[in-house]
Design a protein around this ligand. Structure first.
Ligand SMILES: [Zn+2]
Length: 213
């Protein structure tokens, strides 16, 4: 029997609502209100090849960069992995640096770590695969190929943060058919300017400045 989902986002009230500590009206009179943002709840929708979605704790938090705090040059995921999962299968590069952070999620001790994760940096004959079995941070310089990323053994929960120094997540992906595709992803949230439309990563909100009214 399928495991019951802990959080049914379809039943939550306005789960993807963009939240701010101050209202739009208050923002008009506030210089710094655009810099303070409350995380909306998100549910990971990227599950490949019929894998179960329960490898990660639901819901997750993501900082979606400039769509949330205008002008931000950074986005970050906050996911807790509780089961083995082959997360990232396609080799890719980003136009800016990325940092991948692996910590124990048996809080409060982030050094309580018991997992075996395999991660590759570089492509073809240059490729090197690293075993992550302790708290680790990895820098991926702009333009450097990386992945696959495979959470092979997860004996204790792992907190995984992917921190990309860009206003929106994305990069160049080498597809199995040999093509290279530039893809961006801003989460399953509605468009910032049209709540009836799902975000299609058009980038319009990236042009906002935090000092704009
Ligand atoms: Zn990456």
């Amino acid at each position: 029997m399928a495991e019951e989902k802990k959080y049914d986002l379809t039943k939550m009230q306005d789960p993807y609502a963009e939240k701010r500590y101050i209202s739009d009206a208050e923002k008009e009179n506030s210089k710094f209100g655009k810099l303070v943002f409350e995380f909306p709840m998100e549910d990971n929708e990227v599950v490949a090849d019929g894998d179960p979605a329960d490898y990660v704790v639901h819901p997750q938090a993501y900082f979606r960069g400039a769509r949330q705090i205008p002008g931000a040059e950074f986005n970050q995921s906050y996911q807790i992995f509780v089961k083995p999962f082959f997360l990232d299968r396609v080799q890719h590069r980003h136009p800016k640096d990325e940092y991948l952070i692996f910590l124990g999620a048996s809080f409060p001790n982030v050094f309580d770590f018991d997992a075996h994760i395999e991660f590759t940096i570089g492509k073809d004959e240059e490729a090197e695969t690293f075993i992550i079995d302790k708290p680790t941070i990895i820098r991926i310089p702009a333009g450097v190929y990386h992945c696959p990323l495979n959470f092979k053994e997860v004996n204790k929960p792992v907190l995984f943060l992917a921190s990309l120094m860009m206003p929106m997540f994305g990069g160049m992906y080498d597809m199995p058919d040999g093509s290279t595709v530039e893809m961006y992803y801003n989460g399953p949230l509605p468009c910032k300017y049209n709540e009836n439309k799902r975000c299609d990563s058009c980038g319009a909100c990236l042009k906002e400045d935090w000092t704009d009214k």
